[in-house]
Each structure stands twice: as structure tokens, then as C-alpha cells.
Write a protein that binds this ligand. Structure first.
Ligand code: NAP
Length: 485
């Protein structure tokens, strides 16, 4: 087993593939670099999985399927509970590892590690609540027995922005349901998933139940897995564009899919809102994870009469965010994950400014090493600006004032993950929530994620839900048995 010592992380971090319970170098023997976004240096190298490794992982997962599916739910629950407890003991290591490979600020990393561990606790509790039904057919001729079975071998693909939580949000329900898994983490952030996989295997899962395939070439892995009839589930979190390609690949074998895709969240502030609370909520909704969140507020629609005051207050709060290496003292805004992300944010800001927008704070790419971009507030943003239609994925808040058309503007996007709204009138909040075309709404709240709540989107933001009992159902098939007693 190859491991690496990462500064500040107290235990060695596995850097091999995990296949069939063994840490292996992979069939090609190649390795790829993991970069520290704070300075662009190489942190370490990781084994680079190939299509042959994907097949080996499917073999291992398929072999353990009968054992895992037949394992008493209480035992699966106990394994998840143990994983929750060990993960909680190791939160600081997991958080620092995310600071190193993803760049996020330490407070964001700690919050994510806690949130991620909670998925193991929640699904430990859900594993023993897989229900069924037993009824009499209306004609009285027979009985209707409905049970649930694991959907079988599952391919899990996760993004780099939440390296811990996006993995545990899939592993938790998959294990609770009895599904063996093959996880392909993002190439930018494979280390966190490897460290958590070690916790899961140590917690008592049989060999092959959790396989992890870091890879610099994602397509051969997904193409191999989705062409293999033994893989019956794809649970993907990432961009809509990649998700669309994976849905097409899943079509041939009619693979059961759960898709958590991109967002373009509107943040609505009505004139009767508590302005300071709205600014606090905006800071959370915009700057949690440095803006690199699918739930990040992407567009602010503020009622005309309060738009200037809201913008000034937000600019003052955003301007106070100190930027730098995620675990340096006082740093609240870490670097973005890579140079391409900084390029994109910079392009979106320049596009808005060339169309007439003004930056109240930030708006200029800094010089120097690392992939930083400052917290930025834009006003007078033209309706056609790219930052209103594309996912920004950075610390930029474009503000548009509205007089009456906020809901139309909020819904004017192919995305539909989450929306936020601030108002002093709960009745209006509920009415507007119903007309917003998205899977989740925060009323007078800037954070909505919770392992006990169904997370997911409408329109091109996805199919299915993660978290809550709904997340467990994504890994279960319904079986109906008709019989006459
Ligand atoms: P991405 O480029 O779509 O990548 C996501 C994952 O897919 C990565 O592991 C990536 O591997 C892999 N991938 C890329 N091409 C693939 C292919 N052809 N076959 C199989 N896998 C492939 O997204 P990202 O940039 O990592 O993450 C940001 C996106 O995720 C944003 O759009 C964000 O909104 C979305 N997101 C959504 C949610 C949600 O719950 N709805 C949560 C978090 C993030 P490589 O790293 O090797 O490219």
C-alpha cells in the first residue's frame, strides 16, 4: 500500500486504488499529480485507474453482492455507525486534507467534514427502516406483497467541490441498501475519498463492497462500467454537461440513474425583508465554500427600493473576507480549485463589466502564485450578462434590481436546483416558493443542506434526491409478489 504524508494531516494518506479490499497500483502502473491550489505545487501522486481496473472493481463488487445484500440491516447500520464515529474522531485530518487538495478555507473544510460524517450516522439509522407493504388485492383474489431489494452494483462519480460530503452522501445510502460500490472521485481531489474509504473498510465492510478508482481519464472508466451489464446503478454528482453524456451512456443498458447536476440559484430579497438578515444569508449562500457550490447563490434579485442599501451592505461584508491559503490565520476565502476556474470567473466578471456592470468591491484577478479570486459584488448587471446564465462557481455576487418580475427572472434558466428568498411575510414566502421551478427553497435562510432533507433539483439540475429517506430509495428496487395464501 502506497501512502503519502501530507502537511498537517496526522495519518498517512492512501494513494493507491482500492479494489476488492486491497490497495493496488493499478493495471497500467501510472500515477497522476494532485495539486495544492494555494500555490500550484504538487502535493503528491496518486495511482491512475484504467478501464481494466474498472473491470477488476466490477468483478470484486459483483462477487460480494450476495453477501452484502444478505447482510442483516442491523449489521450494515453498525458498520455505518462505526464509520461515523471514526470519521468524527478524524475530522481535523479530513478537513486539513481538503484544505490541501481543494484549497477551501479551514472553517468550510471543518463544516464539510462534519456534514459528510452525518451521512453515515443518518444512513446507519435508515438502514433498519427499509419498509415494504402487504395488502389484499381489491378483488380479494390474492395478496400483494411489496418488498425492496438493493439495486445492485453501483457506479458513483463525485466532483471536486465537496470531496468528502459528495462521497458519503452516496456511500451512506448505498451501503445501507446493500449495494457494492465503485467510486470515481474527481481527479483534482482523490485523496479525501481514499482516506474515508479506509475508514469504511476498517469499519467492517466485506472486501469489494467499497472500491475507489482515482483516475486522470474519467471517460474510459465510465464507458467500461456503464457497458457492463452487472452495473445497474449510476449515481453522479457534477456538471450538467458531463451528466448529459453519462445519461446517454446509461441508456443502452437502461441503468438506473440519480443525477445531481449544476445550478444557477436565484437569491430574492423583497422590500419587507430584514435587510441585515438577508445580507448574512447572502454571505452564506454566496461564499460558503468560496462560492464553489452547486447551491451557491448565483444571481441576486433585490426589490428596487432596497437594492442600493443591500448592495452596499453586501459589498462591505464581502470586502472584509481575507483571502489566502485555506488554513492560514484569519483566512476566510481560500483559493479556487484550479487555474481554469479562475479564468472562468475572471471572464464572467469582465463580460459583465463590459456590458455596463460596476464592481463595488473586488473584480480584479490578483497577481501571484495560487488560484485566488477576491470576493466581488457587481451592480447594474445587464440582463444578458453571462454571469446570470452560467454557473459562476466563484465568489462573485451579481445584483439585479426588480420591481415586479422577480419570479419570472428567477425561473428563466434551464437549471432548477435551489432558490433563496428573504421576506417578512411568510405567506408570500410560501406562495413564491411554490412558483419557483427548483427542487429546494430557503426562506429567510442562506443554507439548506441537511442529511435528513431530500436534496436535488428540477429541470437540468438533476433527477432523483440524495439525503433523507428518499436518498435510500435511490439505491433500492421495488419488488412486487402476487400470491394466494
Ligand atoms: P464535472 O466536470 O462534471 O466532474 C464531475 C465528476 O465527473 C468528476 O469526477 C469528473 O472526473 C467526472 N467526469 C468528467 N467527465 C467524465 C466522463 N466522461 N465520464 C465519467 N466521469 C466523468 O464537475 P466538477 O467540475 O467536478 O464539479 C462541479 C459541478 O458539479 C458543478 O456544475 C456543480 O454545480 C456540480 N455539483 C452539483 C451538486 C448537486 O448536488 N447537484 C453538488 C456538487 C457539485 P474528472 O475530475 O477526472 O474530470
Amino acid at each position: 500500500m502506497t501512502t503519502e504524508t501530507i502537511a498537517g494531516v496526522s495519518r498517512p494518506v492512501p494513494t493507491d486504488l482500492l479494489i476488492g479490499g486491497k490497495w493496488v497500483a493499478g493495471s497500467g502502473g501510472d500515477r497522476f499529480d494532485v495539486t495544492d491550489p494555494a500555490d500550484g505545487t504538487t502535493l503528491c501522486t496518486v495511482a491512475d485507474a484504467t478501464a481494466a481496473d474498472a473491470t477488476a472493481a466490477i468483478d470484486a463488487a459483483y462477487a460480494v453482492l450476495p453477501e452484502l445484500a444478505a447482510m442483516p440491516p442491523r449489521r450494515r447500520a453498525e458498520i455505518l455507525r462505526t464509520a461515523f464515529e471514526v470519521m468524527t474522531e478524524r475530522l481535523d485530518d479530513i478537513a486539513l486534507l481538503m484544505v490541501r487538495e481543494n484549497g477551501k478555507a479551514l472553517a468550510d473544510a471543518k463544516a464539510e467534514a462534519t456534514y459528510a460524517a452525518e451521512f453515515f450516522r443518518w444512513y446507519a439509522e435508515e438502514a433498519v427502516r427499509i419498509d415494504g407493504n402487504y395488502t389484499t388485492a381489491p378483488a380479494g383474489t390474492n395478496k400483494i406483497l411489496v418488498t425492496r431489494q438493493p439495486v445492485r452494483v453501483a457506479l458513483l462519480i463525485t466532483p471536486w467541490n465537496f470531496p468528502a460530503a459528495m462521497a458519503t452522501r452516496k456511500w451512506g445510502p448505498a451501503i445501507a441498501a446493500g449495494c457494492p460500490t465503485i467510486l470515481k472521485p474527481a481527479a483534482e481531489t482523490p485523496l479525501t475519498a481514499l482516506l474515508i474509504a479506509e475508514i469504511l473498510t476498517d469499519a467492517g465492510l466485506p472486501a469489494g463492497a467499497v472500491n475507489v478508482l482515482p483516475s486522470s481519464k474519467a471517460a474510459p472508466i465510465s464507458e467500461t462500467a456503464l457497458a457492463d451489464f452487472r452495473v445497474r446503478k449510476l449515481s453522479f454528482t457534477g456538471s450538467t454537461k458531463v451528466g448529459q453524456g453519462l445519461l446517454k451512456l446509461s441508456a443502452d443498458n437502461v441503468v438506473n440513474t440519480s443525477m445531481e447536476l449544476g445550478g444557477n440559484a436565484p437569491f430574492l430579497v423583497f422590500a419587507d425583508a430584514d435587510l441585515d438578515a438577508a445580507v448574512d444569508g447572502a454571505m452564506l449562500a454566496k461564499l460558503r465554500n468560496g462560492g464553489e457550490a452547486c447551491t451557491a447563490a448565483n444571481r441576486f434579485y433585490v426589490e428596487e427600493s432596497i437594492a442600493d442599501r443591500f448592495a452596499d451592505k453586501l459589498a462591505s461584508a464581502m470586502g472584509s473576507m481575507s483571502m489566502g491559503r485555506g488554513d492560514d490565520d484569519g483566512v476566510k476565502l481560500g483559493p479556487l480549485v484550479n487555474e481554469a476556474t479562475v479564468d472562468k470567473v475572471d471572464r464572467l466578471v469582465k463580460d459583465a463589466i463590459s456590458g455596463g456592470a460596476r464592481a463595488l468591491v473586488g473584480g480584479k484577478r490578483p497577481d501571484g502564485a495560487g488560484f485566488c479570486y477576491p470576493a466581488t459584488v457587481l451592480v447594474d448587471v445587464p440582463e444578458k450578462a453571462d454571469c446570470l446564465t452560467e454557473e459562476i462557481f466563484g465568489p462573485v455576487a451579481p445584483i439585479v434590481s426588480f420591481s415586479s418580475e422577480a419570479v419570472r427572472q428567477a425561473n428563466d434558466t434551464p437549471y432548477g436546483l435551489v432558490a433563496y428568498l428573504y421576506t417578512g411575510d411568510l405567506g408570500r414566502g410560501l406562495r413564491v416558493s411554490e412558483s419557483l421551478e427548483c427542487g429546494m427553497v430557503g426562506i429567510n435562510r442562506g443554507v439548506i443542506s441537511d442529511p435528513a432533507a431530500p436534496f436535488g433539483g428540477m429541470k437540468q439540475s438533476g433527477i432523483g434526491r440524495e439525503g433523507a429517506h428518499d436518498g435510500l430509495l435511490e439505491f433500492l428496487e421495488t419488488k412486487y409478489v402476487a400470491f394466494t395464501p
